[in-house]
Write a protein that binds this ligand. Structure first.
Ligand code: GSH
Length: 196
């Protein structure tokens, strides 16, 4: 199995989730500017979408999109999804919110030629989206007492907050530290040479 990733990108969520699940995986870095991989391969030929993440399974089949990859990991490792009759749907609900509302609210910080005014608007929207999560967060994880695959995704987006002037609400700042202290998270950060 191989995960195509870029340093510090949302693909880090999949790397962390794979580590939490104990799933062995190879990793191949993608340069998102040149769209080539560290082995010199043309990434667009591997994943026509051109962006990371992409997970190539041992069967050779490829899964793209964080929601799909993280759901696949949760299927392999049921401890990483919430229990109960609505557990699966609570997970999809959280992943969809993180992807389409939280992740997307950071878009302005990663594209060229964005005005400061537009970035200010993005900061306000990102704060609003994070406030919603902070309001229901206890002293555990996003969906309760146990970590699920939604947590690494939220964590990675929070690593983008401070460098872009988005202030984390207090409950999320504490949660960020709890996540950082997990061995799988620390190992994944170290693998990409990141200090957050
Ligand atoms: N819809 C995709 C979005 C993934 C995404 O935004 N990837 C970013 C890195 S976090 C990327 O590769 N951007 C480069 C590009 O779009 O060209 C998903 O949820 O997996």
């Amino acid at each position: 199995m191989k995960l195509y990733y870029a340093i510090g990108a949302c693909s880090l969520a999949d790397r962390i989730a794979l580590a939490e699940a104990g799933i062995a995986c190879e990793f191949e870095r993608v340069d998102l500017h040149t769209r080539t991989t560290e082995t010199g391969a043309d990434y667009a030929a591997i994943n026509p979408k051109g962006y990371v993440p992409a997970l190539v399974l041992d069967s050779g089949e490829m899964i793209t999109e964080n929601i799909a990859i993280l759901s696949w990991i949760a299927e392999q490792s049921p401890k990483l999804r919430p229990e109960g009759p609505l557990g699966w749907f609570r997970l999809l609900e959280a992943l969809a919110y993180i992807s389409t509302e939280v992740h997307k609210s950071f878009h302005a910080f990663f594209v060229p030629d964005v005005t400061e005014e537009a970035k200010d608007k993005a900061r306000a929207l990102a704060s609003l989206r994070l406030e919603y999560l902070a309001a229901s967060l206890g002293d555990g994880f996003l969906l309760g007492h146990d970590l699920t695959v939604a947590d690494p995704y939220l964590f990675v987006i929070m690593t983008w907050a401070r460098p872009n002037g988005v202030v984390l609400p207090a409950p999320l700042a504490a949660y960020f530290e709890r996540m950082k202290a997990r061995p799988a998270v620390a190992a994944a950060l170290a693998s990409e040479g990141l200090q957050v």
